[in-house]
Design a protein around this ligand. Structure first.
Ligand SMILES: Nc1ccn([C@@H]2O[C@H](COP(=O)(O)O)[C@@H](O)[C@H]2O)c(=O)n1
Ligand SMILES: C[C@@]1(CO)OP(=O)(O)OP(=O)(O)OC[C@H]1O
Length: 157
């Protein structure tokens, strides 16, 4: 077994939606990023890469590379799933926490689980997504951005 954890933050900026867990959520602001800014998927990718000791998402998909400009982060997740498979592992489970005051994650959680499970080639029961505010404290509490954490367990295939 191998364990991995990931963490990511993106700031709010101009826009009319955010991408979270592969789901488009209407919002009065977007997230500033080189890619589509899917902070949940980025944290999950880093957890998977960390479990394999293969560096981090920026090493695999450099922000300096124009190929990843406005990229759909689901392709990053599918790439990480391939790496897991190539190294002889399967996903035991993944547990994510999205940290923001808004948008509310609850109404979108099942769609996010389904999208990420699809990209990882596992049942939805292996993917957990939770959300919390920081009770108006800190940068997430002030509505300046969104943070996400992920933990994964990989098991021998
Ligand atoms: N962006 C968010 C934040 C929270 N939730 C849900 O609300 C519950 C209460 O949040 P607290 O920070 O007050 O503990 C939390 O457990 C989530 O179920 C949410 O959906 N989206
Ligand atoms: C996803 C990548 C893609 O270039 O860029 P960003 O969208 O800026 O996101 P970040 O979480 O900073 O991760 C680094 C990059 O891999």
């Amino acid at each position: 077994m191998r364990i991995g954890q990931g963490f990511d933050v993106h700031a709010f900026g101009e826009g009319d939606h955010v991408m979270l867990g592969g789901v488009r959520i209407a919002h009065e602001q977007g997230l500033v990023a080189h890619s589509d800014g899917d902070v949940a998927i980025h944290a999950l990718c880093d957890a998977l890469l960390g479990a394999l000791a293969l560096g981090d998402i920026g090493q695999h998909f450099p922000p300096s590379d124009a190929r990843w400009k406005a990229a759909d982060s689901r392709q990053f997740l599918r790439h990480c799933a391939l790496l897991v498979d190539q190294h002889g592992y399967a996903l035991g489970n993944a547990d994510l926490t999205v940290i923001c005051e808004r948008p509310k994650i609850g109404p979108h959680a099942e769609a996010m689980r389904a999208a990420m499970a699809e990209d990882l080639g596992v049942g939805i029961d292996r993917i957990s997504i939770k959300a919390t505010t920081t009770e108006k404290l800190g940068f997430t509490g002030r509505g300046e951005g969104i943070a996400a954490q992920a933990v994964v367990l990989l098991v021998k295939a």
